[in-house]
Design a protein around this ligand. Structure first.
Ligand code: AMP
Ligand code: TRP
Length: 327
């Protein structure tokens, strides 16, 4: 029996943080043997917020290296750069014709990003979820491993697949979300009520995978904590819950065990141990990351694009036939 196909991607913007890792990429690594995996570097999504061209070029390579250094095996998974396959933009246009303004206006990420970039509320930012639907539907994707914040976009991809199928006949697989329970929403270290974000104004919000281990330790020690000093997993202690989740994701220990280990000890001890865990993780990651050359990833992306194009071209032929533009 053939394996189920999964598709996911990360934007090459700023630096990847531990939230991206726990919410998305760690999940990809864990399931790569079980599924037929396609992972993209979604550069066309990234430009919906202005990127300096020289930074973007670097960030595309950095994300691809990050996938590898975190444990994605390129022999098992297809890795490619979104803009190398023109069918993404092409299918996006076709899906635009069945997507409704109202459903896009409701998207939380669009509302958040327009609020934080009022000077650049561009059409691409609005259309972002339709391009994401095209990414997914082009590859007959059955499941999409992402963090919690992408759930709404996935629902749109499902709705568009269903709508297209009912208008033009069975064409797209309706993809299932694959969102883990734990680690799917890592909160900011400086504000446990908002998700950790690469574009947060303060770097004390996140731990980037490329932060120096010393810097990262400092960030953990400075992370806000809740009142009281007892270590427990309690929704009334959102800052501590977040740190416990990070601890659990890094150590593989279940949260109740960690709580037990620190019973009777204060936040200080806990944070110190957590900062060591984070630092060790970063040292190991960065060693692998630095050992990968630009040439190596470039070559991998060229090969990946070739394979991705084959699948995407075939799907586009089918779509064109179905909607009546192939004579
Ligand atoms: P992005 O950086 O927006 O391209 O996100 C890449 C992946 O990381 C997506 O699957 C997101 O859902 C996930 N992600 C982003 N921020 C977080 C967070 N704070 N906690 C968990 N997952 C996240
Ligand atoms: N929108 C996703 C994010 O911000 C990235 C993305 C683009 C994606 N296309 C995708 C994720 C397709 C999964 C599948 O995280």
């Amino acid at each position: 029996m053939s394996k189920k196909r999964i598709f996911s991607g990360v934007q090459p913007t700023n630096n990847i943080h531990i939230g991206n890792y726990f919410g998305a990429i760690k999940n990809w690594v864990d399931v790569q043997d079980q599924f037929d995996c396609i992972f993209s570097v979604v550069d066309l999504h990234a430009i919906t917020v202005y990127q300096k061209p020289e930074d973007l070029r670097q960030n595309i390579l950095k994300i691809a290296k990050t996938y590898l250094a975190l444990g994605i095996n390129p022999k098992k998974c297809l890795i490619f750069q979104q803009s190398d396959v023109k069918e993404h933009a092409e299918l996006c246009w076709i899906l635009n014709s069945i997507a409704k303004m109202g459903e896009l206006e409701r998207m939380t990420q669009y509302k958040d990003k327009s609020a934080s970039h009022p000077e650049n509320i561009n059409v691409g930012l609005f259309d972002y979820p339709v391009l994401m639907a095209a990414d997914i539907l082009l590859y007959n994707t059955q499941a999409v491993p992402v963090g919690e914040d992408q759930k709404q976009h996935l629902e749109l991809a499902r709705d568009l697949a269903i709508r297209f199928n009912s208008l033009y006949g069975e064409t797209f697989i309706v993809p299932e979300p694959m969102i883990k329970k734990e680690g799917c929403r890592i909160m900011g270290l400086d504000n446990p009520y908002k998700k950790m974000s690469k574009s947060a104004p303060s770097s004390y919000n996140y731990i980037s995978l490329l932060d120096s281990p010393e810097e990262a330790k400092k960030k953990i020690m400075k992370a806000v904590t809740d009142s009281g000093s007892e270590i427990k997993f309690d929704t009334e202690k959102p800052a501590l819950c977040n740190l416990l989740t990070i601890y659990s994701q890094l150590s593989g220990e279940i949260i109740s065990n960690i709580v037990e280990k620190y019973t009777g000890r204060g936040y200080g001890d806990f944070k110190k141990d957590l900062s060591e865990l984070v630092a060790n993780f970063l040292v190991d990651f960065q060693k692998k990351f630095n050992a990968i050359s630009d040439e190596e990833v470039q070559e991998l992306l060229v090969k990946g694009a070739k394979k991705a194009r084959k699948i995407a071209e075939k799907k586009m032929e089918e779509v064109k036939e179905k909607i009546g533009i192939k004579i």
